[in-house]
Design a protein around this ligand. Structure first.
Ligand code: SDX
Length: 393
């Protein structure tokens, strides 16, 4: 080995880059986007405004956000030829599998994105197209799961309302989108906006560092997010809560399973690589759960099971010693379900929220002209060996 290598499997203590986008303090439980506390943004901002903040670094003026919305409205339609292979997906295939295929194919339909020396304007157009088409594509995937026809975007709606209109709208009647649902969706998407160098964002950056185009880099991030240890946890949490409910709601039994090293079961939605205190997003979502379910008149038994689990776990020495607290995924699925989404769509919704963060981080990596990412290793394999002919093996 030339020089020396510090082994840090899982990058638990490695600073992979310098970034001005998101600040986390895991010990205290602080999350800020471009210096603004997540609590204030969740309460006062809109998802499109937070997307603008993450990508361009400043809160937009009224004029800037209006132009941004107008630009996006001009690109919400997806090339009709994309429907040809979208129709080929089995209607019960996992939405994340469809999303990776569709987002990756944007680089085939919009070849200007392939130029690795794009001007700032060309990069911005590539960004706007991705933000715009993501909502249409996600709503298509939902419609396919129902066997329903897709709904085309309406430019009279704002970003999140348009997404909900395409998702829950019907061709047979004018559907009014409940303002409670619009507000809840904005908060959920804001809370997922960015989270510094998590697994999927680091994937976007390292893929982008080879000068791969934005669509391919984000596709790689979507693939990383799918894992149940990462964004896939929001689906796994609801499946876990449903299992506990079916098993009679014995939370003590399941907490003990999670502590048993011989049992592969983990308490999904609990623990975090960085947060060794409450995930501030989980606090906001937990509060929003009661609020939204009450406003929508929904009584979801899994919410009380989730609260019981949290209460028992936070008093248990195993969780206390390991500083395991509920993370963003623990309560989010309960709200998604209340808004009408099936469990299989939850991680796609996480991707929709994380999209501006992935874009901002890819853009920052390019602007900083970062070198191609290429970690080293400690070699522990066989040393010198000579080839052995097959008849002598
Ligand atoms: C997200 O990085 C980000 O920012 C991610 C994210 C984002 O916004 O991008 O915040 C989104 O991915 C949130 C995390 C969603 N995943 C889950 O909820 C899955 C369940 N959680 C775990 O698998 C785990 O906590 C991780 C993956 C989140 C973190 O794993 P680490 O940091 O590698 O910690 P670890 O696996 O080494 O655990 C430390 C100890 C171990 O016990 P010991 O070996 O010390 O005895 O804590 C235990 C683990 O067994 N542990 C758990 C547990 N999580 C950790 N035990 C039971 N249940 C759990 N959930």
């Amino acid at each position: 080995l030339t020089g020396y290598v510090t082994l840090d499997i899982g990058y638990k203590n490695t600073g992979a880059t310098k970034s001005a986008i998101t600040f986390l303090d895991g010990e205290v439980g602080i999350l800020k986007y471009r210096g603004y506390p997540i609590e204030q943004l969740a309460q006062k901002s809109s998802f499109l405004e937070v997307a603008y903040l993450l990508i361009y670094g400043e809160l937009p003026t009224a004029e800037q956000i209006k132009n941004f919305q107008t630009q996006i409205n001009h690109h919400t339609l997806v090339h009709e030829d994309m429907k040809k292979f979208f129709d080929g997906y089995p209607s019960n295939s996992h939405p994340m599998g469809q999303l990776t295929g569709l987002i990756s194919s944007l680089s085939a339909f919009y070849p200007e994105s392939l130029n690795s020396n794009q001007t700032a304007e060309e990069i911005n157009l590539t960004i706007v197209k991705l933000l715009a088409k993501m909502t249409t594509i996600v709503s298509w995937i939902y419609k396919k799961s129902l066997g329903h026809p897709v709904i085309y975007p309406q430019n009279r709606f704002d970003y999140v309302t348009n997404f909900l209109y395409m998702t829950f709208g019907q061709r047979t009647e004018e559907v009014v989108i409940d303002p409670v649902v619009v507000e809840a969706m904005n908060v959920l998407l804001i809370l997922h906006g960015d989270h510094e160098q998590n697994c999927s964002t680091s994937t976007v950056r390292i893929v982008g560092s080879s000068e791969a185009n934005l669509y391919s880099s984000v596709t790689a991030g979507i693939c990383a997010l799918w894992g149940p240890l990462h964004g896939g946890a929001n689906q796994a949490v609801i499946e876990m809560l449903e299992k506990i409910k079916a098993d009679g709601g014995d939370t003590e039994k399941w907490i003990n399973k999670a502590k048993d090293k011989n049992d592969p079961f983990r308490l999904m939605g609990f623990g975090h690589r960085v947060y060794k205190n409450f995930d501030p997003r989980a606090k906001i979502i937990k509060k929003a759960c009661d609020d939204i379910l009450e406003k929508l008149g929904i009584d979801d038994e899994v919410l009380s099971i989730a609260k019981q689990l949290e209460e028992v776990a936070l008093k248990d020495p195993y969780f206390i010693e390991r500083k395991l607290y509920p993370n963003v995924d623990f309560y989010s699925g309960i709200i998604y379900r209340a808004l009408g989404f099936p469990t299989e769509m939850f991680t796609v919704l996480f991707a929709l929220g994380r999209l501006p963060g992935w874009i901002a981080q890819w853009k920052e990596m390019k602007e900083n002209k970062e070198p191609i990412g290429r970690p080293r290793q400690i070699y522990v394999g066989a040393v010198d060996r000579d080839y052995v002919d097959i008849d002598k093996r």
